[in-house]
Design a protein around this ligand. Structure first.
Ligand SMILES: [Zn+2]
Length: 372
């Protein structure tokens, strides 16, 4: 964990020494007339706001080795990259996607930051940002196409539907909503190259192996989205191959988080098949961490607002799911988030619970009985 908690002495010390409430300082900053409002287009023709959304300021700063500590729900504080200092006075507001430094008085959005830190003009900064983010556009587009192709295959392979049914996933509307597909293997490369995608791009996106064959072979596929973009694919083997696979690159945040984040109580599960059966049973407030180890983004999402988090991880023989849940509950607790562990019967996960005849009402009572 790179971030320290709100109890971190550094974060508190810097807050006490801050002359005025940070949020007011940030409110004073208004975008210059050229920023966004004038319909500025970047080199690839996207408007400035889209570009900034795709690469949030905090992500950009972290890519450039800036370390900040949480200062409030939506603020991070750290040393200013724009002037020499020993006490942190550089604030990043993640909700407004802007920064403000109490030391040098500079503030603004990502483009303003690039202008100041690289001594570039507005146009030059925009071009630099474009270069940095455009490969993502290509790979998001090709992942989108791959996901759509896999989705169309599902109906043609009875073994795929049989597997879904065996895992308790039957509802056609849910299968469509989650964009579940099937990778038979051996036909994606031909399809995408025929559409004009280069071999290099397919390799780069991880859709092809080193030897040029499809990376996913006989796998149920779930696209993982971040906002509108597909950022990765999860493939569950229906055969003897290694069960879980992702493409190289980040998994993104919590699954379907945008639909879940406003609930006062959320249920977090490990796997997408756990997620699917819970949704099918009518639970809307469920999200998935794609494994027991949460990345920084996923962890931050869980404490970006006040809520109770129910962790419904596997109860497996080696206790790894429950140990991970316990650890995560402690970390959330330190962020002021109430976390509870849902105790499933021995040897079960939410998926097997439903597959073996458990129903929504029974699961709900386990959620209500969850332990801190
Ligand atoms: Zn500064």
């Amino acid at each position: 964990m790179a971030n320290s908690g709100p109890g971190d002495p550094l974060a508190f010390a810097s807050l006490r020494k801050t002359p005025s409430p940070t949020i007011l300082a940030l409110d004073r900053w208004r975008p210059a007339p050229t920023l966004g409002s004038g319909g500025e287009k970047s080199v690839v023709g996207e408007d400035v706001e889209t570009l900034k959304r795709r690469l949030p300021l905090l992500d950009y700063l972290r890519q450039h080795n800036w370390t900040g500590h949480p200062a409030s729900r939506s603020e991070f504080v750290g040393l200013c990259p724009l002037h020499e200092e020993t006490r942190p006075s550089f604030y990043v507001n993640t909700r407004k996607n802007v920064f403000y430094c109490h030391g040098c008085g500079q503030g603004g959005d990502l483009i303003r930051f690039i202008q100041l830190s690289r001594h570039l003009s507005f146009r030059q900064s925009l071009a630099r940002l474009d270069l940095q983010t455009s490969p993502t556009v290509d790979s998001a587009a090709v992942l989108e196409q791959a996901a759509a192709f896999y989705q169309r295959q599902l109906d043609h392979y009875p073994e795929a539907m049989r597997y879904l049914n065996r895992r308790g996933v039957q509802d056609p509307a849910l299968i469509r909503e989650l964009e579940i597909g099937y990778a038979p293997g051996g036909s994606l490369r031909r399809h995408l190259t025929a559409q004009g995608y280069s071999f290099d791009l397919l390799r780069q996106a991880g859709l092809l192996n080193v030897n040029g064959s499809d990376a996913f072979y006989q796998r149920i596929v779930f696209p993982l989205r971040q906002g509108e973009h597909v950022v990765n694919l999860y493939g569950r083997s229906i055969g003897a191959a290694f069960a879980h696979r992702f493409l190289p690159g980040a998994k993104g945040g919590l699954y379907a988080w945008e639909k879940v984040r406003h609930y006062p109580e959320v249920i977090v599960v490990e796997g997408l098949f756990d997620f699917a059966v819970l949704r099918q049973a009518g639970f809307q407030n469920v999200t998935c961490s794609l494994g027991t180890h949460l990345n920084t983004d996923q962890f931050r999402q869980l404490y970006d607002g006040l809520r109770t988090v129910h962790l419904a991880f596997d109860v497996d023989a080696n206790q790894s799911g429950q140990r991970a849940a316990e650890l995560l509950a402690h970390r959330l607790d330190a962020k002021g988030i109430a976390a509870r562990r849902v105790l499933l019967p021995e040897g079960q996960d939410p998926n097997s619970f439903f597959v073996q005849g458990g129903d929504g009402r029974q699961f709900q009572s386990l959620v209500e009985a969850a332990q801190p």
